[in-house]
Design a protein around this ligand. Structure first.
Ligand SMILES: Nc1ncnc2c1ncn2[C@@H]1O[C@H](COP(=O)(O)OP(=O)(O)O)[C@@H](O)[C@H]1O
Ligand SMILES: Cc1ncc(COP(=O)(O)O)c(N)n1
Length: 269
């Protein structure tokens, strides 16, 4: 199978398996992509929150990126948690010559409320990494920070998506509405048109890692050659099913179910 789609994630870890690198690799696997990962920080966390963080030395991040880029053609890649300005600077340099589509999940705060990146890194992310993206996938608080727009309505989400592309130079923007109420509505703006992706809101507290899973699914589909619009459409379906069949495990916000689009799960619905 030499023509397998290769998808890469550059992110932090979650030993409890619901978010970060672990969620990304599980998602790639479900989509039948060949999954690869570069670890930026090792995070001691679980469904209740973050206990401690160890940043991987810059040289080691550099070496990991070289190990992958020098050997295997990457079909698409994503970034999740990048904790410091130094890491961002290095990653920006490394990826700027890679032609594969880049999906940025602008991770700032975990579902538990714990901050995952340095205060000054947020601005650096917006000013230096955002212009390199094919797509950025902020949730409401992240979109608010990136654009300075207070987001309370579906119209505000669309305004933020347009600003991310036209003012902050993202390739495209997917503003996710998980943090509003009512239907779970996301808006994709590709620089020309606004697309709406909606699903029913599922009553669950188990949303640990939804953003990671969603952006990994988009990356996986892009690595397989789907258009941006189709990749988001398929990924929205994937994440909705993953939330619908999420696991009530752990003492906090449980993880999503990465194998929820398998046929046997549907057959048992
Ligand atoms: N309770 C829910 N029911 C259905 N879809 C949801 C629910 N919560 C979030 N989503 C969807 O999950 C995806 C992740 O969204 P969001 O929660 O906004 O991001 P993040 O996990 O980065 O905070 C989006 O497609 C959003 O619409
Ligand atoms: C290493 C890492 N990266 C990202 C998240 C965000 O998770 P969520 O998708 O729940 O916002 C996390 N909790 N840990």
């Amino acid at each position: 199978m030499s023509n397998i789609a290769c998808a890469l994630t550059i992110a932090g870890t979650d030993p409890s398996g619901g978010a970060g690198i672990q969620a990304d690799l599980k998602t790639f696997q479900e989509l039948k992509c060949y999954g690869m990962s570069i670890i930026t920080s090792v995070v001691a966390q679980n469904t209740t929150g973050v206990q401690s963080v160890h940043h991987i030395p810059l040289q080691m991040i550099d070496d990991q990126i070289d190990a992958v880029f020098s050997d295997i053609p990457v079909g698409a890649f994503k970034t999740g948690m990048i904790a410091t300005v130094d890491m961002m600077q290095l990653i920006a340099e490394k990826i700027s010559n890679n032609p594969a589509p880049y999906v940025m999940d602008p991770v700032m705060v975990a579902t538990s409320g714990d901050s995952l990146i340095a205060e000054n890194a947020r601005q650096f992310l917006r000013d230096h990494l955002l212009p390199l993206t094919a797509l950025v996938t902020p949730n409401i608080p992240e979109a608010e920070f990136l654009t300075n727009v207070k987001i309370q309505t579906l119209e505000d989400m669309q305004t933020a998506a347009e600003l991310l592309v036209h003012h902050y130079h993202a390739g495209a923007a997917l503003v996710k509405g998980g943090h509003l109420s009512g239907e779970a509505v996301d808006f994709l703006y590709d620089g020309k048109e606004m697309h709406r992706f909606a699903s029913e809101r599922i009553a669950t507290k188990n949303t640990h890692g939804t953003g990671c899973t969603y952006s990994a699914a988009i990356t996986g589909y892009l690595s397989q050659g789907f258009s941006l619009m189709d990749a988001v459409k398929q990924a929205k379906y994937f994440v909705t099913q993953a939330i619908r069949h999420s696991f009530d495990i752990g003492h906090g916000a449980g993880p999503t179910n990465h194998w929820a689009i398998r046929e046997e799960v549907f057959n048992n619905e």
